[in-house]
Design a protein around this ligand. Structure first.
Ligand SMILES: [Mn+2]
Length: 400
């Protein structure tokens, strides 16, 4: 059984939704594709203003996405010189700058790695870019610096994995020393791709060790697409929570590898189980988990804005379902090892249709009950298609 009365369910879901925010990625609105090619969309955003406008629209329709993650190379190519543009756009479009993402994989110098590169000059250049990114983070009052490293190697014997670990510790410590007191540094892991023999930060254990070595403001970032098949992601979440080392998420779904599919499209129960572990931790400890929920998806086939609205709605639904678990009953069933009763508490919450409560919550926020329908009726897509189509037909550009 879930929480017993409908009043209790409504209170739990509304409180959960009031607190739940998920960050949009600027690159999710741009022309992106697979490593085989891109299918260009006439309405895709090419400028920073267009990314802010699209993100602002998603937030206005969902009231769940007040921030946008920025990618330094793609969004602030002139570094801190672009900060005033970002502030102007944020005010104009009603979305604040969120996490700052340095780019340590696209420049030619990173062919053999960034923080793990055997050449000291490249390691220094990579650190310089991270320090510049922290300056942007400070100027924009962003809380999180989000670090993902593509570093790795393709063939056995070609990289000194131990030396590279040491270089990573050195680089992360130097970057951490530049953080202001309230800023955080999030360390993301991924088992393979683009490197196919070894990756320097391949799993949560490596990310945890490096974050600990870096300093107290470094935490681990869990990208749901960055695990081997069958890995128990909610257990990783539970362990990181118990170590106070879970800093944030990059949400996406997948069927095979890092597929960047819409959150919950393949395995919604997986996302529910992650949210459940967070909420159960908070109930048991009385602590508020300090987690940045972020989306890391780029859609090659779906319309980009629609896919983001769908993602925000899926996240809200699954978070709301997790809020329906009766924690006291669960703790009791676990202590009595009543396996079926314990499992059924999760299954019942997951099976509950929370969409009527979500519609009511949206009415209370003064927005339309059905954000996807509201988007289709808004005429926004038709307008930006007219405005952007001609330019987008000729510009294939960089990744984002
Ligand atoms: Mn990611």
């Amino acid at each position: 059984m879930t929480l017993r009365t409908s009043a209790a369910r409504e209170t739990a879901v509304f409180a959960a939704l009031d607190d739940f925010r998920i960050e949009l990625p600027s690159w999710g609105f741009a022309q992106t594709g697979t490593r085989f090619g891109k299918f260009l969309q006439p309405a895709a955003a090419a400028t920073l203003e267009e990314k802010f406008a699209d993100a602002g629209l998603v937030h206005s329709l969902t009231k769940a996405c007040p921030t946008i993650a920025l990618h330094v190379l793609w969004d602030l190519p002139q570094g801190v010189a672009n900060v005033s543009d970002v502030k102007t756009l944020a005010a104009k479009h009603g979305v604040a700058p969120g996490s700052i993402n340095p780019n340590l994989f696209q420049d030619q110098i990173y062919k053999y790695g960034s923080f793990g590169n055997p050449e000291a000059a490249v390691r220094k250049a990579a650190l310089g870019h991270v320090i510049d990114s922290i300056a942007i983070q400070t100027a924009l009052k962003s809380r999180d610096l989000s670090l993902w490293f593509a570093d790795g190697s393709n063939y056995p014997g070609t990289a000194n994995m131990r030396r590279r670990k040491t270089w990573f510790v050195e680089g992360l410590q130097e970057a951490h020393a530049r953080l202001a007191p309230r800023q955080r540094m999030l360390v993301e892991y991924k088992p393979f791709e683009p490197a196919f023999y070894h990756t320097d930060i391949a799993d949560w254990g490596m990310a945890l060790l490096l974050a600990r070595e870096a300093g107290p403001q470094a935490k681990v970032l869990v990208d749901t697409g960055h695990h081997y098949q069958a890995q128990n992601i909610e257990q990783i979440v539970a362990w990181l929570l118990s170590e106070n080392m879970l800093g944030g998420f990059h949400f996406n779904d997948r069927r095979y590898a890092d597929d960047d599919l819409t959150l919950g499209s393949i395995d919604p129960y997986q996302v529910f189980r992650i949210f459940h572990e967070i909420r159960f931790y908070e109930w048991e400890t009385g602590a508020q988990a300090d987690i940045a929920y972020m989306i890391d998806q780029s859609h090659n086939l779906k319309g980009k804005i629609e896919a983001m609205i769908q993602t925000a709605m899926a996240a809200q639904e699954l978070f709301a379902k997790a809020a329906l678990v009766d924690h006291a009953a669960l703790a009791d069933a676990q202590s009595r090892t009543d396996l079926v009763a314990a499992e059924e508490l999760l299954r019942d919450a997951f099976a509950t249709d929370v969409r009527p409560l979500l519609r009511e919550w949206r009415r209370n926020q003064g927005i339309r009950e059905e954000p996807l329908a509201a988007f289709r009726e808004s005429g926004y897509l038709e307008r930006i298609t007219r405005e952007r189509a001609e330019r987008n037909a000729v510009a294939a550009g960089s990744y984002a």
